[in-house]
Design a protein around this ligand. Structure first.
Ligand code: ADP
Length: 227
């Protein structure tokens, strides 16, 4: 069981292989994220970072091992409970923004809230607040095609945070940006994370960014090694 009620997510001896007789991508990986902690997941391309994030985000299933979200064993959750947990407790940011092109910035950030059942007015207020916090106050009504790479990624971050998740899973969130923009977007992301006290697991191969996190793990040959 997780050590304390401050533990947002806990992976215990999680192993994963995609094919029955294939190689293990993860081998007995254990990790727990306390409230407010920013964790970096390091490792070269193909080492299993995305696999771990998908499992932690309930988008894929481990071959063996146990996952707890807060104190709840994920294996005992129904599909509906998992969907609800994904919508209200977990935010995702990917390397690519995945914004809906036919919706404006503010609408992209309102959407997950409306899906969760928020009133339109509240969703709009929350989206505005987040986009302002991410230095996009002048771009609320802009469409993704009218935004720079850094701005699109900021909208994607706002969308991930829209439902106030307790856990943010970020897969190379600044990996598509030039170094200067990446540093600025990362700075904004970090400021918001610190303000809200959420837990974050971020996959990256950027050691400079990882240096600014609280805890670092390296994935090597499927094992999670604390740095
Ligand atoms: P990373 O995010 O560190 O680049 P991944 O988790 O994407 O690594 O991949 C780890 C390994 O798992 C790779 O060898 C990759 O080919 C394999 N893999 C990832 N997803 C699948 C899948 N859906 N089916 C089969 N193999 C996969």
């Amino acid at each position: 069981m997780p050590e304390s009620n401050q533990t947002v997510i806990s992976l215990e001896n999680v192993s994963k292989r995609y094919d029955k007789n294939g190689a293990f991508v993860l081998k007995d990986a254990s990790l727990s994220a306390e409230k407010g902690k920013f964790i970096a997941l390091l490792g070269p391309s193909g080492s299993g970072k995305s696999t771990l994030l998908h499992i932690a985000g309930l988008l894929d299933k481990q071959t063996s091992g146990t996952i707890y979200i807060q104190d709840k064993n994920v294996s005992r959750m129904s599909d509906n409970e998992k969907t609800a947990a994904r919508l209200s407790k977990i935010g995702f940011v990917y390397q690519y923004h995945h914004l809906l092109q036919e919706f404006s910035a503010i609408e992209n950030v309102m959407l997950p809230q409306l899906i969760k059942g928020a009133a339109k007015k509240d969703a709009r207020e929350r989206a505005e607040e987040l986009l302002r916090d991410l230095n996009l106050r002048d771009k609320l009504k802009a469409f993704p095609s009218e935004l720079s790479g850094g701005q699109k990624q900021r909208v994607a971050i706002a969308r991930a945070l829209a439902n106030n998740p307790i856990l943010l899973l970020a897969d190379e969130p600044t990996g598509n940006l030039d170094p200067e923009t990446a540093a600025l977007v990362f700075e904004d992301l970090t400021r918001i994370i610190r303000k809200t006290n959420m837990s974050v697991i971020m996959a990256t191969h950027n050691y400079e960014l990882a240096a600014k996190t609280d805890i670092k793990f390296l994935i090597s040959e499927g094992k999670l090694l604390k740095q």
